[in-house]
Design a protein around this ligand. Sequence first.
Ligand code: ZN
Ligand code: ZN
Ligand code: ZN
Length: 339
Amino acid sequence: MFDWTRPHRRFNPLLDEWILVSPQRTARPWQGQTEKIESEVQPPYDPQCYLCPGNERAGGTGNPQYQNTFVFDNDFPALLPDTPPEKIEDRGLIVAQGEPGVCRVVCYSPRHDLTLSQMSIGEIRLVIDAFVDQFIELGSPSHINSVQIFENRGAMMGASNPHPHSQVWATASVPNETARETASQSDYLKRVGRCLLCDYLELEARTNDRLVCSNDGFIALVPFWAIWPFEVMILSKRHCSALDELSSDERTQLADLLKQITTRYDALFQAPFPYSMGFHLRPTDQFAHPEWHLHVHFYPPLLRSATVRKFMVGFELLGGPQRDLQPEEAAGRLRAALT
Ligand SMILES: [Zn+2]
Ligand SMILES: [Zn+2]
Ligand SMILES: [Zn+2]
């Protein structure tokens, strides 16, 4: 019998790396840094907010009186569309390449004070529709090979504005994480003849040990190889590679699961739960990518309460990721958070 209560390594087949699990360490006392609970109640409209309807943004552009979602080009973009993709290389050691791209902002709602957990499924469905449109539009040009949609929620995750919004970065190159997941899924398809994440879902369904919640179209679980204490992955039950392949029903089901997960997160420590969340979708290069399986990652930093966070330092920076809380225990606590 494998002793899961002793330190062990778990393999992450998506990123082709190992993580160290040390279950016995959850008992250690905490005398380190504690965070402030974000208890400040936001107003429905903030005249100082550059995302609220009717307000002026940096550079003097005015936001329209939008009614549901609102998409605009980031005023301080990390990427510029007209950057030439020139490359320099010296013995493979000093290598650089120009990176053309586009950065946009997707406001979820005209309401400054809402979060995904407080929005209705119908309202979140409109956000999903906006994500689908952005994926198709930004991914279409031949020189754009990846579209990354992500949300930072909470000051702990570096969110600069509490107004509910996501960012979309479209890049000429495929970013590191997506490239690694592409390689792993492609390799698995070649070796086994099946989709890596379809097979993984089949294994997870045998025990449901790591299941958090599900509906007809999607399943949310704490991955066997999770790094963050309450990390969650949402996967489509049907094999599809990106948002543009979702049916109308599936878009609504995805909205439902985003609401369920964020509601459970907020309930877990009875406080607004910070996270980085993002969609992993097939690259938008010229290839079909039958290996790619659409999924969403939630990476929340909180460990044992609303005020104690996990730090990725020491062994994790120099060796590899490590966690104390077992993924199965995290899943159980998220399942129980709403009961
Ligand atoms: Zn606002
Ligand atoms: Zn699949
Ligand atoms: Zn992924």
